[in-house]
Design a protein around this ligand. Structure first.
Ligand SMILES: Nc1ncnc2c1ncn2[C@@H]1O[C@H](COP(=O)(O)OP(=O)(O)OP(=O)(O)O)[C@@H](O)[C@H]1O
Ligand SMILES: [Mg+2]
Length: 268
């Protein structure tokens, strides 16, 4: 693409260089969750991480979120050390909502943390719920909602701070197929509309190809990046998703990705 904007247009929003994460003290047996991970993510990219269980996907996300400091190497988000709550919205596998608060109360809490004045919160809550297809549910108790609805509230909560970076760790793994498909489409459309940069973890090659503009494949022992697969599918507004899923190019990419995940150490 030609460079038409600011000179730092190509600067990475997320820049991991030689990142290692080791758990346990030096005296104990250490677990090397990640080793020598280089990953640069430009603003607006939708990067999907795939790889076998235990290869360090969650550890990598925690480093980018600022929950975990690299044992060695450097992690930068917008040129600075990542700090929890600073700029990234995080969605975990489980919704992790406050059960003693209503849906609106959960979102209001997040908005307050992001410094939104009390008088503006009700309006913002309504807007956020509208975005995730849950308009009118602000007064409901979270435990009255289905798992998919709770996960949408968690997504709305992550969007409350208008993050430029959204980190999602297998957010739809526990949902039924239909709800998962709806939420996949919503996340893709939302990210496109808001220009949000997304780092998304999944075990599903199908989900990775459907959502990602680039898929990063990891392998275990120690956790590292072994391959990358660019996904050049047209998924603008109005895309016929079922037709896309049924297309030959989609099948080719999904097949290639499945191969890459099965062959640890494989290069593209
Ligand atoms: N807090 C911790 N203390 C010690 N070891 C840990 C800790 N968290 C993760 N590990 C280890 O680090 C390695 C990577 O774990 P991580 O959770 O990042 O993998 P993952 O790719 O997200 O796996 P999954 O797909 O099962 O979620 C594993 O061997 C795990 O046992
Ligand atoms: Mg994990």
């Amino acid at each position: 693409m030609p460079r038409t904007e600011a000179p730092d247009e190509d600067a990475a929003l997320v820049d991991l260089a030689g990142v290692a994460v080791r758990y346990g003290s030096a005296r104990q047996r250490q677990v090397t969750a990640l080793d020598g991970v280089d990953l640069r993510i430009r603003a607006g990219e939708f990067v999907v991480l795939v790889g076998p269980s235990g290869c360090g996907k969650t550890s990598l996300l925690r480093v980018v979120a600022g929950f975990e400091r690299p044992s060695s190497g450097t992690a930068l988000v917008r040129g600075g050390a990542p700090r929890p709550g600073a700029g990234a919205g995080v969605v975990f596998q489980q919704p992790r909502l406050f059960p003693w608060r209503t849906v609106g109360g959960n979102l209001g809490f997040a908005l307050a943390r992001h410094g939104v004045p009390r008088a503006e919160r009700a309006g913002r809550i309504a807007e956020l719920l509208e975005r995730v297809g849950l308009a009118g549910t602000a007064g409901r108790r979270t435990w009255e909602l289905s798992g998919g609805q709770q996960q949408r509230v968690a997504l709305a909560r992550a969007l409350a701070g208008e993050p430029e970076l959204l980190l999602m760790d297998e957010p739809f793994a526990a949902l039924d197929a239909l709800t998962r498909e709806r939420l996949q489409e919503e996340v893709r459309a939302l990210a496109g509309r808001l220009g949000t940069t997304v780092l998304f973890v999944t075990h599903s090659a199908e989900e990775a190809v459907l959502l990602g503009s680039r898929v990063v494949v990891m392998a275990a022992g120690p956790g590292r990046v072994v391959a990358e697969l660019p996904v050049d599918l047209d998924r603008g507004p109005g895309t016929d998703v079922p037709a896309l899923r049924g297309s030959a190019e989609f099948a080719r990419l999904r097949g290639r990705l499945t191969e890459l995940v099965r062959l640890p150490g494989a290069a593209v």
